[in-house]
Design a protein around this ligand. Structure first.
Ligand code: PMP
Length: 388
């Protein structure tokens, strides 16, 4: 059948289970949805205005493949000021969201059979793209190490086929920020070898412990090995604009730019100005609000005696459900059907004994969600009966 004659890599790839679960939730009436990782704030007005003005001026034609010079200069200056990163404007590719940046980076470095080490729990996209590249996803389970990277375990996974290590800090779904020790472990594993470190830093402006310093900042001398993925989606509530960028050392950037050019030519012209305006915005108020929500959810989960680690960034809380003896899909399905709360099964991130609660909704929804979760746990597992 012609339908069976597509690229075989696509038959192994599934649709995102997060979206599938969200769809199920959207068909459940009066459901509190704590699933999608999408800021509930409006894109700030100056950003929308810049896009409107660009459209009104007729900036609607092809632009440079890697983004306008103005935006790439702005990004280079922004990264220098924020974390001391040293990238020239021609070491920046403005991409269609971080999603395209991850695709461009991985497709650009991977050959079939190459191995990529990914600390799990992890954002589902990495495994999917690694699969499409016919490379090998090598998970490094961090659950017993407080979601940090254990140097010995990492060293044990390095092989002659290791091409890259992917770091996502602050992490989706755990909210964990990698410690100095974790970053040094990665450095020991990669230094002196032809191993790339892909830093998915899309949440690094949403950090509760002060300015976030990741691998790229701490190991600036390894720049040729480092690829940095960034997004406008999270810090500026711009998920629908599909704007992000990739930073890479010049010679690598030149090659990766070809791939970007073949796939998308460039990101959208009128949004270049919007992104210049975005980089002048301070996401501080949103971060304070996410922190208040995180604190509230943590307090409630602790009240339910759930095991949970304090997230230091991003907007997720990731409690363990191991004590209930159900896998995460069964737990989430029952929670949805019996209590009308949608949270994401940890299975989607490679951790079937956890669930992800997203704090991207207002206080009222969070309170309702936590009330319902609490009475579900009481009724279903602890023999109580005091529903709220
Ligand atoms: N990386 C991580 C860790 C994410 O959580 C997401 C979005 N959920 C992305 C990348 C993709 O972001 P974008 O909207 O910029 O494609």
């Amino acid at each position: 059948m012609i339908q069976d004659r597509l690229n075989t890599a696509l038959y192994g790839a599934r649709r995102s289970p997060i979206r599938e679960f969200s769809r199920l939730a959207s068909r459940t009436p009066d459901c509190v949805r704590l699933t999608l990782g999408e800021p509930d704030f409006e894109t700030p007005e100056p950003i929308r205005q810049a896009a409107g003005e660009a459209l009104a001026r007729g900036e609607t034609h092809y632009i440079e493949n890697c983004g306008t010079a103005e935006l790439r200069e702005k990004i280079a200056a922004f990264e220098k000021k924020r974390g001391g990163l040293d990238y020239a404007p021609d070491e920046v590719i403005v991409t269609v969201g971080a999603t395209e940046a991850i695709f461009t980076a991985l497709f650009g470095i991977l050959n079939p059979g190459d191995e990529v080490i990914v600390p799990i729990p992890a954002f589902v996209l990495y495994e999917r793209i690694i699969g499409l590249c016919r490379a090998v996803f090598v998970p490094l389970d961090t659950r017993e190490d407080g979601f940090q990277i254990n140097g010995e375990k990492l060293a044990g996974l390095i092989s002659p086929r290791t091409k890259a290590i992917i770091l996502n800090s602050p992490n989706n779904p755990t909210g964990c920020v990698y410690s100095g020790e974790s970053l040094r472990a990665v450095r020991r594993a990669a230094e002196g070898k032809d191993i790339f470190v892909l830093c998915d830093d899309v949440y690094n402006q949403l950090c509760y412990t002060g300015p976030c310093r990741g691998f790229a900042e701490e190991s600036a001398d390894l720049k040729p090995q480092v690829l940095v993925v960034q997004s406008f989606s999270k810090p500026y509530a711009m998920t629908g604009w599909r704007m992000g960028y990739l930073l890479a050392e010049r010679r690598i950037c030149e090659r990766l730019a070809l791939l970007h050019q073949f796939m998308v030519t460039s990101s959208a012209a009128p949004f270049q100005r919007a992104c210049v305006a975005a980089l002048d915005q301070d996401p501080g108020e949103m971060v304070r609000e996410y922190r208040r929500r995180r604190d509230y959810v943590l307090e409630r989960l602790r009240g339910m005696k759930l095991q949970v680690q304090v997230p230091e960034g991003a907007f997720y809380v990731f409690p363990s459900i191991a004590e209930f003896g159900l896998d995460s899909t069964a737990f989430c399905t029952r929670l949805l059907q019996e209590a009308r709360v949608a949270v994401t099964p940890g299975l989607c991130f490679g951790a079937d004994d956890h669930v992800r609660i997203s704090c991207c909704c207002g206080e009222e929804s969070l309170r309702k969600g936590m009330d319902r979760l609490e009475s579900f746990i009481e009724t279903a597992f602890r023999g109580g009966g005091h529903g709220r």
